[in-house]
Design a protein around this ligand. Structure first.
Ligand code: GLN
Length: 187
């Protein structure tokens, strides 16, 4: 669990409820002991800055390049993307999934909202998703699978061992996406 900034606690609770042993990652030493990483929502510009000041950026980039499973939610999705639109010029992403995301893409009127999503391949019906100043995906590379969309905009994508969501699955009292990540991608 990347714990530099943002909504880490609810993720830790969900991961623990599923029997994982989440470690809060703030330093390169912390990163050394994890097998997979969840990158939470928060503020991607701040997190990008903190990746540099904590010395985590280079080791994290190396682990991702090496295929470490990762689940990025909201700001975490922005951090894992190849390309970020409406970002700050000094914000740098980790290029772990070949997507272009636009920050705060749903605009002011839909600053925050909830939606019931049909998720490709997820058993048990729709997933109630909470969006908070959420990004959406504007371009997906060839290897990227779109698992759910809102108004035609992808909001849940997967590529290899990387899963990203525009929304906050840790706030829904629904463990299925974390479970999918742990069982199918991080196992
Ligand atoms: N708008 C935030 C950003 O650009 C993301 C919001 C969130 O994580 N809930 O980083």
């Amino acid at each position: 669990m990347l714990a530099l900034q943002g909504a880490t606690r609810p993720h830790v609770e969900v991961l623990s409820a599923l029997g994982a042993d989440p470690v809060e990652v703030r330093t390169p030493d912390d990163l050394n002991v994890v097998d997979a990483l969840v990158l939470p929502g928060g503020e991607s510009t701040t997190m990008s800055f903190l990746l540099d000041s904590s010395g985590l950026r280079a080791p994290l980039q190396a682990r991702l390049d090496d295929g470490m499973p990762a689940f990025g939610t909201c700001a975490g999705m922005i951090l894992l993307a190849t390309e970020v639109l409406d970002g700050r010029p000094d914000q740098e992403s980790l290029d772990a999934i070949d997507i272009t995301v636009r920050r705060n893409a749903f605009g002011r009127q839909r600053d925050s909202f909830e939606a019931d999503l049909d998720v490709e391949g997820l058993a048990g019906g729709r997933f109630h998703a909470v969006f908070i100043r959420a990004p959406f995906v504007e371009r997906t590379g060839e290897d990227v699978e779109v698992l759910a969309s809102v108004s035609g905009h992808p909001v849940l994508c997967r590529s290899g061992r990387v899963l990203v969501s525009s929304f906050h699955p840790e706030l829904s009292d629904d463990l299925r996406l974390h479970q999918l990540f742990l069982e199918e991608m991080a196992a």
